[in-house]
Design a protein around this ligand. Structure first.
Ligand code: PLP
Length: 299
């Protein structure tokens, strides 16, 4: 009986058709040892965080919301003026890695695309997949969050697009620092707030609220990531006749809403049980429905 590996890694030999150098006679991708070293020390993805990524959930060998992730990947590439990714090549690499991990009930598949070795002009791309952590506690017990000032106004999408806030870039050191700050404050996660008091997103998640009979997410025009999970849950709500809205949201709304969740591709829907040390009610029936729907998506 063959065993499923804990992780799998594919390097794309031609992540874009718009980069210099003809690679027509080169195989499109290669499987390599995920525990060996593969990326050059002068790769701008490493030295500058100059690149983009996606994290895609896979359930029993099926990547979820794949086309939504690929569309966002292409939008992030365009925001960074990276050569347009060859989405067919990325689709094939994602399928190869997902297939290799099909024996895991849940896996995370990361697509990484960088500007490549400095001065070379050719981007670097790889797909790395691994068995997911166990998120049962986050999904069922929930998360205590703190609100942290991101230090940007809510309208920077229109005033300062070079901040790349709506793109999924490799520059996540700030997001990781915010999560460590949450731990120092005795919490599990973070909700970022703009310098002018508007609720934005988590460091790795989208905020959802149930308030006044509507499923609400912060927006529009807030320079936050267009969440694939939030979009799926809005589709679920539409099927159930639950109204949905993008609205400017305040910290007060986080306290007064009937329910608040952090949602993302691999952890799915995690109810928020405290905001800045103040407990708040969680909605366990809707949370269970959300997570069942997210787990059962087959595309
Ligand atoms: N916002 C940020 C900053 C994220 O990093 C993520 C996911 O990692 C999300 C939102 C949620 O996006 P998705 O639902 O597509 O995973």
């Amino acid at each position: 009986m063959s065993t499923t590996p804990a992780s799998a890694l594919v390097i794309l030999n031609q992540p874009s058709r718009h980069a210099p150098g003809s690679l027509d006679d080169v195989a499109p991708m290669r499987f390599v040892d995920p525990d060996a070293f593969h990326v050059g020390v002068r790769d701008l993805g490493i030295t500058r965080g100059d690149g983009i990524f996606e994290t895609i959930g896979a359930v029993s060998g099926t990547p979820q919301a794949l086309e939504a992730h690929l569309r966002r990947f292409a939008r992030s590439a365009a925001a960074l003026d990276l050569p347009e990714p060859d989405l067919d090549a990325w689709r094939a690499a994602i399928a190869a890695v997902t297939d290799a991990l099909a024996g895991h009930s849940e896996a995370a598949i990361k697509t990484i695309y960088t500007r490549g070795i400095e001065g070379d002009g050719r981007p670097t791309g790889w797909v790395h997949g691994f068995a997911s952590s166990d998120f049962t506690a986050a999904r069922q017990v929930g998360l205590r969050v703190v609100t942290l000032d991101r230090g940007y106004r809510h309208d920077i999408a229109s005033t300062s697009p070079w901040l790349l806030q709506g793109a999924k870039t490799l520059s996540y050191a700030v997001n990781s620092a915010a999560l460590r700050e949450a731990q120092r404050r005795g919490a599990d996660d973070v909700i970022f707030v703009s310098s002018d008091g508007v609720v934005l997103e988590g460091p790795t998640s989208t905020v959802l609220l149930f308030r006044e009979g509507q499923l609400v997410t912060p927006g529009p025009g807030l320079a936050i990531l267009d969440g694939t999970t939030q979009n799926c849950l809005f589709a679920f709500a539409a099927q159930r006749g639950i109204p949905t809205a993008l609205e400017l949201t305040t910290i007060e709304h986080l306290h007064s809403a009937s329910a608040v969740w952090l949602v993302s591709s691999v952890r799915h829907a995690a109810p928020v049980t405290a905001v800045d040390g103040i407990p708040r009610a969680a909605e366990s029936e809707l949370t269970a429905q959300f997570n069942r729907y997210l787990a059962e998506r087959d595309a």
